[in-house]
Design a protein around this ligand. Structure first.
Ligand code: DIG
Ligand code: MN
Ligand code: MN
Length: 388
């Protein structure tokens, strides 16, 4: 029986804010006492994670004195040294502080926008200081409740200005850092700008340094928008922009639940893991999720172990799918080339077009073909349920 033990090569990471969540929600206060960043690193080391990520203020409180900040960093670095964990990604909290109540980069108040630039630059420095190579931007407050308040074009222009400015900051400082944009359709704003990975992909092409900017799609966020997550990351991968990924789970039509990976839609999680493993995605498997509010810290460890265990189980099932003779025979039949029409497809030529326009197709005969998808999907279900 496979042990499904996480190893560094799996690149499983968690944010300080995930295993450090104290269980606060809009209808209740914390249920767990806070742990320090160093304590969270030891917890992640205990469960077998590869790395830890942070927002500037999960790590260093916004009002910490320089001496307090140095002490926190010292303990954090010792914990990293003791556990061997690394810091692949960092990000800025541009959502929590009241100053960002109307957004950060897209706020109508120029002072807020300038402060957001300053905060992001300092947070980039903090990420680079501990070795981060990916820097995430999640614009949680970049949006509106009433569109009377802001011109949507102006919102995009301001977002673009911020990312261009911060790209120049990275270049100016010679940092080895790439940006990854994370989309979400709503919450905490009524509507958030650039709501899906597809919107972000188009937006990247309008930036001054698109080569420095990729994507950090999150499962729950695309599911909130009713989108097939694997299709979205396939497009991101196709564009060479899948540089980071936030794994979790989500009931459709709910607020952002950030559930343990694979705990709700196991079939979607299977296709996601299969995609990442089939294409050889080299980045972090980052679990942007948190334990149920019902849990103590032993339950938080169960949550973290469960995220990684389910990923490894689905990775094994993806390999089983790829090796299953009946599935592979069905796929070979379903996706077979047809030599009678191959000459007409592929790159255009006027000769091809002319002869294709003259060709007769027996629509009834072609349409009458059964595609055996029911058998194929049941074989997939059998693999997922362990009955094959
Ligand atoms: C929420 O899904 C966002 C923020 O927690 C953070 O900026 C980003 C990093 O994973 N995800
Ligand atoms: Mn989320
Ligand atoms: Mn996220």
């Amino acid at each position: 029986m496979t042990a499904y033990t996480p190893e560094p090569e799996h690149k499983f990471t968690f944010g300080l804010w995930t295993v450090g969540s104290t269980g606060r929600d809009p209808f209740g206060g914390p249920v767990r006492n806070p742990k320090t960043p160093a304590e969270l690193v030891y917890l992640l080391g205990e469960v077998g994670a590869y790395g830890v990520n942070y927002h500037d203020n999960d790590f260093i409180p916004i009002d910490a004195s320089p001496a307090e900040a140095e002490a926190i960093k010292r303990d954090f670095r010792k914990a990293l040294d003791d556990t061997g964990l690394v810091v692949p990604m960092a990000t800025t909290n541009l959502a929590f502080d009241p100053i960002f109540k109307d957004g950060a980069f897209t706020s109508n108040d120029p002072k807020v926008r300038a402060f957001a630039f300053q905060k992001a630059m300092k947070a980039i420095d903090l990420g680079v200081e501990f070795g981060a190579k990916i820097y995430v931007f999640w614009g949680g407050r970049e949006g509106t409740e009433t569109d009377s308040s802001k011109n949507a074009m102006e919102g995009l222009r301001r977002y673009r200005e911020a990312l261009n400015y911060l790209s120049e900051y990275v270049l100016d400082n010679g940092y080895d850092l790439k940006f990854a944009l994370e989309a979400k359709p709503n919450e905490p704003r009524g509507d958030i700008y650039l709501p899906t990975t597809g919107h972000m992909l188009a937006f990247i092409n309008t930036l001054d340094h698109p080569d420095m900017v990729g994507l950090n799609p999150e499962v729950a966020h695309e599911h909130m928008a009713g989108i097939n997550f694997m299709h979205g990351i396939a497009q991101a991968w196709d564009a060479g922009k899948l540089w980071h990924i936030d794994l979790n789970d989500q009931y459709p039509g709910r607020y952002d639940q950030d559930l343990r990976f694979g705990s709700r839609d196991i079939k979607a999680a299977f296709y996601l893991v299969k995609f990442l493993e089939d294409v050889g995605y080299p980045g972090s498997r980052h679990f942007d999720a948190h334990a149920y509010r019902t849990e103590d810290y032993e339950g938080v460890k169960d949550f973290a172990r469960g995220c990684m265990r389910t990923y490894l189980i689905l990775k094994e099932k993806a390999a089983q799918f790829n090796a299953d003779p009946e599935i592979q025979a069905l796929l070979a039949e379903i996706t077979a080339e047809d030599p009678t029409v191959a000459p007409f497809l592929g790159k255009y030529s006027s000769e091809k077009a002319k002869s294709l326009k003259a060709r007769h197709f027996d629509r009834t005969a072609i349409a009458s073909r059964g595609l055996k998808y029911e058998r194929l999907d049941q074989l997939t279900i059998d693999i997922l349920l362990g009955t094959r």
